[in-house]
Design a protein around this ligand. Structure first.
Ligand code: BGC
Length: 759
């Protein structure tokens, strides 16, 4: 952020009322100014893929108009770029637009995990994987904040559905939060220090995010070192006093003075510590002091070009049976209303009023001189004579060399505020694709949608499928760039395309019932589920084709000590076009340790640009966290000793090369108590070897024989002691238990500081 424009305001210069006033909005988009004290108002605006600045009044659901701004590709597309450089450039451009509009904080990025394809707001989220979402979110925040404008990473946390979003309780165990739903937030906070974090509407295990002290203070600030302000989602605060106590700083939007009164009364009555209130006031003051950079002018043409570049980098070529790229003189038939009326963004609070919109039909003129024939094929409102629209399209397709069918979901079918109930394309569009495929020599389907759509029922009848998601205002031109080969496709799926909704991991547990949604699939979200359970999918996470071919060689994994590893390889472009390739490194920790581990987890990636016939060397680091799991008993990350498979994946399910790395890992030395089991005592690295000798019991010696131990190993030591009775030398158990606290780890074990596990 820019240097403070204002002098630091002393807390003591503010009355209690002024302080309480600063902790909730003045209106829908700004905080209060306190002119006497030199405190300026902070202006906030959506986000995330373009500005939604409203001049008068406004709303947080995208119903009222907003000023024109560049509509960059929404997160569903940006996530598929797998390209942090692009995300950073988009963030920076947004920052300049925000500065010119006098906006201090842009409400984005959204880094919630795509838990179910049915979530109505998946178009606003980056990925089903926390590393991908975290890396891209971090790059976006770094770009945005380089302009002096602050970010608001949202919606913290476990906001993975729209159904009952303001009340529903996400019932999710801590390990799953730590390994799946937190890491993207954690990375953005630790690598980019966003100015604000936006807390989610929902509850987590019964506690509203806005009142969750563990979430907003212990984890976010205590563990991750967040130094900015926590802002509520719009209307997420139910009890402003509990919220401030938990670590929330700014309630948005205005509450008509109600929250100010409640905060003042609570301090007066001794229910809210004034120190807690002061801490939040300081954070809001810091926001006011950091913002307010001089507005510059915006290069709207340049931003439109960037929107086009980002869109083209995000398109995923799902399938291509020698149909693409098209030549300038290919006789094409353009079919589908989306070619003329592009669907390029989602509905709700992120809805941008674009500076201009490129349709594919218009963009075609840049690529072909021939007259292009168009038939809408269907209507977006699904009213009218579908048969005649289809027949007209079929006639056009019959006379073409390649039929391009633009299919997808209309805005009415998905938005913030509600979830979808199906992943199918509208039936009329499926019929259209099939009818066109029956007559056209070649068929290319181009898809526009926010949440994923099923490809079943028509996939095998077409020659190529281009996934355009929602590509922002320059999407039409970007699609044309891809179809005509001006840009070589390099996007990869950030979300698995399943065969059936019934196969998806949250099926049956989404969107929950009676106020609760159980995250029963735990860590097995997206490809983690499909790879572990062997469930077939249509296209896996990480999948995406190119017009050239890449080959990997010299793949090597070496341990670099301290439970870290380095991966090296060379990527060769063996085709005849320049292109970009995403190197994806997955770790397979299954079978390691005492807890369940998914068979594949993305732990490093990079997008490399390789000239035709050329090659690049790639080196990636796998840090300790790449191998660790969250141990709920230790409340810490633990690396289990042993060998790990490190996989170079073409996608999450296709192995291109693999290696293994042996890690020293952490040895968990348990503190033993009488409630610890016989097995824990016998296998304890310090006590185990001394157990029989110290207790001198023939009965015990018999009980620890393998078969007996299988049967009796789970008995607590207290029960064993009761059975052995007086035959145990007095104080023997106590002295053995004391050893677990005082003795050093035996020779040959890890030299890491030992960890004590208390039962
Ligand atoms: C959304 C946020 C958005 C806010 C302000 C809420 O309904 O959940 O993502 O930033 O409104 O428009």
């Amino acid at each position: 952020m820019t240097k403070a424009q204002n002098r630091r305001v002393e807390l003591s210069a503010l009355t209690m009322e002024q302080k309480a006033t600063l902790l909730s909005g003045r209106d829908i988009w700004s905080t209060h100014a306190i002119e006497d004290a030199g405190v300026r108002a902070v202006r906030l605006s959506d986000g995330p893929h373009g500005l939604r600045v409203q001049e008068e009044g406004g709303d947080h659901v995208g119903m009222q108009p907003s000023l024109p701004a560049t509509c960059f590709p929404p997160a569903v597309a940006l996530g598929s770029s797998w390209d942090p450089d692009i995300a950073e450039k988009v963030g920076e451009a947004l920052g300049w637009e925000a500065r010119s509009a006098g906006v201090d904080i842009v409400l984005g990025p959204g880094v919630n995990i795509k838990r179910s394809p049915l979530c109505g707001r998946n178009f606003e989220y980056l990925a089903e994987d926390p590393l991908l979402a975290g890396v891209l979110g971090t790059a976006y925040v770094n770009g945005l904040q380089s302009t002096g404008v602050g970010a608001s990473v949202k919606h913290f946390a476990a906001n993975n559905q729209e159904t009952d979003r303001m009340r529903v309780s996400a019932e999710v165990d801590e390990r799953t939060l730590r390994e799946i739903y937190f890491p993207a937030f954690e990375r953005v906070v630790t690598h980019a220090q966003p100015a604000t974090v936006m807390c989610a509407y929902n509850r987590i295990n019964g506690v509203y995010s806005s009142e969750n002290r563990w979430l907003l203070t212990d984890v976010l600030r205590g563990e991750w070192g967040f130094r900015g302000a926590v802002v509520s989602d719009w209307g997420a605060v139910h009890d402003p006093v509990a919220a401030v106590r938990a670590g929330l700083d700014l309630e948005m939007p205005a509450t008509g003075g109600r929250s100010v009164q409640q905060l003042m009364q609570a301090v007066e009555a001794g229910e809210l510590d004034e120190a807690d209130l002061n801490r939040s006031v300081e954070r809001v003051l810091a926001l006011a002091e950091h913002g307010g950079g001089a507005p510059g002018s915006v290069d709207h043409d340049g931003h439109h070009r960037l929107a086009r570049e980002a869109a083209a980098a995000s398109v995923v070529l799902l399938m291509n049976e020698s149909a693409l790229p098209l030549a300038a003189d290919t006789r094409v038939a353009v079919i589908g209303e989306f070619a003329r009326t592009p669907r390029f963004q989602g509905g709700g609070s992120s809805h941008v009023n674009p500076t201009r919109v490129d349709s594919f039909l218009e963009a075609l003129a840049e690529h072909t001189a021939s007259a292009v024939e168009f038939a809408p094929g269907f209507r977006l409102d699904e009213i009218g004579d579908e048969d005649s629209l289809r027949d007209e399209a079929v006639e056009l397709a019959r006379a073409s060399e390649v039929a391009l069918v633009f299919a997808g979901l209309s805005e009415a079918e998905e938005s913030e505020g509600f979830d979808r109930v199906t992943i199918d394309l509208p039936a009329a569009q499926i019929e259209l694709i099939r009818a066109v495929s029956a007559v056209a020599p070649k068929v290319v389907v181009v898809l526009s949608h926010g949440g994923l759509v099923s490809l079943e029922g028509w996939h095998d009848e077409v020659d190529a499928i281009v996934d355009g998601f929602l590509l922002g205002q320059a999407g039409g031109s970007a699609i044309a760039d891809i179809l005509y080969g001006v840009v070589n496709p390099s996007g990869k799926l950030a979300e698995t395309i399943p065969l059936r909704i019934e196969d998806t991991p949250a099926f049956g547990n989404f969107p929950g019932e009676q106020g609760h949604v159980v995250y029963g699939e735990r860590l097995h979200v997206g490809y983690r589920f499909y790879s572990t359970r062997g469930v077939p999918v249509r296209y896996p996470f990480g999948h995406g084709l190119s017009y050239t071919s890449f080959r990997a060689r010299d793949f090597e994994v070496v341990s670099t000590g301290d439970d870290e590893a380095r991966v090296r390889l060379v990527i060769e472009n063996i085709g005849d076009r320049d292109g970009a390739h995403v190197v994806q490194i997955y770790v397979d920790s299954s079978g390691r340790g005492e807890v369940q581990r998914p068979a594949r987890e993305l732990r490093a990636f990079t997008k490399v640009h390789v000239r035709a016939g050329g090659s690049v060397e790639v080196e990636l680091v796998l840090d300790r966290r790449a191998f660790a799991y969250w141990d709920v008993e230790l409340s810490d990350w633990v690396v289990t000793p042993g060998e790990y498979r490190v996989i170079l994946g073409r996608d999450a399910l296709t192995i291109e090369a693999e290696g293994a790395v042996a890690l020293v890992g952490d040895r968990i030395i348990r503190e033993l108590t009488l409630r610890s089991t016989l097995q824990e005592w016998y296998e304890h690295p310090i006590v185990g070897p001394a157990l029989l000798e110290t207790l001198q019991s023939e009965l015990l010696a018999a009980v620890v024989q393998p078969q007996a131990l299988r049967m009796l190993g789970s008995l607590p030591m207290q029960k064993i002691a009761n059975i052995l009775g007086l035959s145990i030398p007095g104080g023997a158990l106590d002295s053995l238990m004391a050893m677990t606290l005082t003795q050093e780890v035996p020779a040959g074990s890890s030299t890491r500081p030992r960890k004590l596990l208390r039962h």
